[in-house]
Write a protein that binds this ligand. Structure first.
Ligand code: UD1
Ligand code: MG
Length: 459
């Protein structure tokens, strides 16, 4: 006996009006379908089978998961037809869980509750919810004792059935044997000419079975996405949950509506985040870290007491303790800052390993560089790392002082304690402890006269 998860993801999503298949539309930066796969992954199922159709090739290459398989449903003839495509994947005594690729936020606890019903006794269990506005959903038909009799799709429902507020979320669990038996009997004799998965309920009832039902804790868990407006609604609600979690973990958020999390953020104590900050990928913030307004951070680790001033952009970098970054700094992949480093305004770094207490305070480009401790880089310094074909490395020793407006033409080594005069173009290695500069001598032309403006009057 084992668990098989089936995710229906073949539909076109016409109302998205997008070239991207619906299940690949991003929610918090991650495809809708990937959310479903990630949740399913926690159920420890034997395998997860995604039924793909519209945009199948694209879908296959944009989602991943352990034991994830894809089955093609060439023509989308309905949810029942979709499940028919995968029935060879389940054994009689398997428990099968059906999920939808466009319903991304169902909680693990809710799914576990549903699965327990099947594992304990019922051949089929449904996740239903009561909504104020049941428009568009299949309605749950119950008898006088409250037992489920059938699901009627809205397009097939009579006016009385249309008033029913309890609806089918689409998510169900069933024993493999029974599910196979009932989906074999589906027909497409309905208003949409589709094979409805929902018809298995009436088939089960006809064989004398009781149908178990359970409900999600919140409506958000079963909200599906059909158009960009619904996608936006879900995005905002989900973001709010993520930000709430951060706040409950002690992070100070200046405005919960103006922080977006597209990945995982872990934070120490007394972290503060100002407005309009976007976190992407894996973010780790140490104690007392402060992130200023309008910053973008992707895959960044920042150790304790560091301050990121406003309008800074950091990607794939590691920042030590007590650093001061920005405002307007751009730290590109491969930047590694030791403790107490300062990176100032309009400075770009890339593959730059910078030692403790070093400062690059203004208007510089530091790329492919290994810098020691206590270095001071003057304004406008550029490591010229690219010769048009290859990249080269600049090594800067401890306690070097580089004067403003210097170009360091890599590959080049600057010895420790060297000083480089402002305005230099350094093409050769610089010895330790000396002053090196390359600068043409300053001239003053004695008696030179300023030009006088000519008269352009026509005679
Ligand atoms: C379905 C349910 C309805 C329920 C609603 C919840 C049926 C017949 N109806 O209706 O009771 O209230 O979901 O949102 O099941 N899909 C395929 N192949 C197909 C058709 C659909 O993979 O041939 C996938 C879609 O990509 C989607 C899911 O199945 O992820 C649901 O399909 P959709 O067409 O949205 O069904 P609804 O009409 O919303
Ligand atoms: Mg739908």
């Amino acid at each position: 006996m084992s668990l098989k998860v089936v995710i229906l993801a073949a539909g076109k999503g016409t109302r998205m009006k997008s070239n991207l298949p619906k299940v690949l539309q991003p929610l918090a930066g991650k495809p809708l379908l990937q959310h479903v796969i990630d949740t399913a992954q926690h159920l420890h199922s034997d395998n997860i089978v995604a039924v793909v159709g519209h945009g199948a090739e694209l879908v296959k290459t944009h989602v991943t998961g352990l034991n994830l398989e894809f089955v093609l449903q060439e023509q989308q003839l309905g949810t029942g037809h979709a499940v028919q495509q995968v029935q060879s994947h389940f054994e009689d005594d398997d428990t099968v869980l059906i999920l939808y690729g466009d319903v991304p936020l169902t909680k693990l606890t809710t799914l576990t509750r549903l699965l327990n019903l099947v594992e304990e006794q019922y051949p089929l269990a449904l996740l239903t919810i009561t909504l104020n506005d049941s428009n568009g959903y299949g309605r749950i038909i119950r008898d006088n004792q409250g037992e489920v009799l059938a699901i009627v799709e809205q397009k097939d429902a009579n006016p009385e059935q249309c008033c029913i507020k309890e609806v089918n979320t689409g998510i169900l669990a069933a024993k493999g044997y029974w599910l196979k038996r009932w989906i074999d009997q589906l027909t497409n004799q309905n208003s949409q000419g589709e094979y409805y998965l929902t018809d298995v309920i009436a088939l089960a009832v006809r064989e004398g079975f009781k149908i178990a039902t359970t409900h999600p804790e919140t409506e958000l868990e079963v909200l599906g996405v059909n158009d960009k407006l619904q996608l936006h609604t879900l995005e905002r609600e989900y973001q709010r949950l993520l930000v709430n979690d951060l706040m409950l973990n002690g992070v100070t958020i200046l405005d919960a509506h103006r922080v977006d999390i597209r990945g995982q953020v872990t934070a120490g104590r007394d972290v503060e985040v100002d407005v309009n900050v976007v976190f992407e990928g894996q973010i780790s913030l140490g104690d007392n870290v402060r992130i200023g307004a309008n910053c973008y951070l992707k895959d960044v680790t920042i150790l304790a007491n560091t301050v990121i001033h406003p309008f800074s952009h950091l990607e794939s970098c590691q920042i030590g303790e007590e650093c001061i970054i920005g405002p307007y700094a751009r730290l590109r992949p491969g930047t590694q800052l030791a403790n107490q480093v300062k990176i100032g305004n309009f400075v770009e770094t890339k593959k730059a390993v910078i030692g403790k207490d070093s400062k690059v305070n203004h208007l510089s480009y530091i790329g492919d560089t290994v810098m020691g401790t206590g270095v001071n880089i003057g304004a406008g310094t550029i490591t010229c790392n690219y010769d048009g074909v290859n990249k080269h490395v600049t090594h800067i020793g401890n306690n070097v002082f580089v004067g403003s407006d210097t170009q360091l033409i890599a590959p080049v080594n600057i010895g420790h304690d060297a000083t480089i005069g402002a305005g230099s173009t350094i093409t050769k290695d610089v010895p330790s402890g000396e002053l090196t500069l390359s600068r043409s001598k300053q001239l003053t032309l004695q008696g030179w006269k300023k030009p006088v403006k000519k008269s352009h009057k026509l005679r």
